[in-house]
Design a protein. Sequence first.
Length: 446
Amino acid sequence: MDARSIIYEINSRLPFYNVLAKDLYEKTAEETAAHERRMKWWREARFGMFIHWGLYSVAAGKWNGISIPHYGEWIMHNAQIPDKKYSRLAGKFNPLKFNAGEWVSIAKNAGMKYIVITAKHHEGFSLYHTKMSKYNMVDATPFGHDVIAELARECSKQGIRFGLYYSQLDWHHAISPNFFGLTINFDKYYEFMKGQIKELLSGYGDICELFFDGDWMLQWNMKLGAELEQLCRSLQPDVIINNRIGKRPILVMIPAAARYTMQTTCGDYETPEQFFPDIIPNRDWESNITMNDTFGYKENDNNWKTSTALIRNLIEIVSRNGNFLLNVGPTGEGAIPEPSVKRLSEIGDWMRINGDSINGAKAGPIQNQRWGRSTRKPGKVFLHIFNWPRGVLRVDGIDEYVKKAYLLSDRSRKPLKIEHVGDSLNITLPEKAPDRAASVVVMMTG
Ligand code: H79
């Protein structure tokens, strides 16, 4: 390791490293301008689908008939399965129910604007036809399709964007399925990884987002991240890259602490996992959240969140300028589990009526109210009401004059009775909430 790598390595582990090492990481004006340009569609999209699919989907959370606790995609680690045994799952991966068109329309009908799928998770198995190794969907399974290619094609056909998840941590290359992914010939593995990134960014059309993961692996550091980021940008200048391409300081990985330090400087955006911050962060961010308690399919995990909870998650996230990447874990047969499909369809029903308050919207002027949340667009503030009041809703903290208010679900846009009282507004609402998840009032401002 040279001196600079050591500085990078130490800094990336300090809680306030972005303050201490500002000069090392600060973006140039030109880089900032390029970032602003490529983020435009992403800031409007607001809602995407995460897909975790791999050999762990075949295991479905069980090993030798025993249910293994925690995330399904971590089963190799959680049951300490040696690579030689684990890799035999490939021979059983024959997802005859897989239909790229169907998956893409499920996302689209939910109001999602992009899809991000695991090209390679920690297990080290590639879902696409890589030439860097035979351990992939085409060469090692009876199915033999390049599912990444099929999904990429289908996304472009149906007009939604396509992105990839890629794990630096790789248990197929590591000495064992260990948390820190210790790899003997790391230099060789790094060349392999760069080869794969080149393939993925040159053979599958426009990649909208690259979600790196496993940056905590022992041998990864900020310098490698910066180099890899350059490689990605040389192939696709507009690809949006997450912060995990670098190395997150440890505190950013802990939800309670992330509230205060949720800022790294690598890539384009922050990646709170299984939570969202309760303040408005000063950087672009995207929460990735599961519908049950696992990313990769587990046949025994039936702890599903309600569609109401998921709709409210989406609203809360947009009310703080974030994106929502909602996960599905298809089965080893290639089907998105029915409970997930049901929830996505219910979210879609809500989005068809209320999507204008989400897509293209950003944080509203009013935060964290007992009655709900707010988002805004030029000339409009959207009030997302979770707790429907009896009669009159009193709204405090409005920063623009309100000319008119109506319910987004009301096609005729019949004005609601409003009354200005100082900086507050009293809105008279109908007796019954139009939607039990969240009813949206539009305030025309200016
Ligand atoms: O891909 C999904 C997760 O598999 C991955 N990131 C998202 C996008 C992820 N990486 N790390 N973690 C999640 C958190 C790791 C938690 C751990 Fe554990 C605690 C690893 C070992 C102890 C959870 C509990 C997994 C195994 C036991």
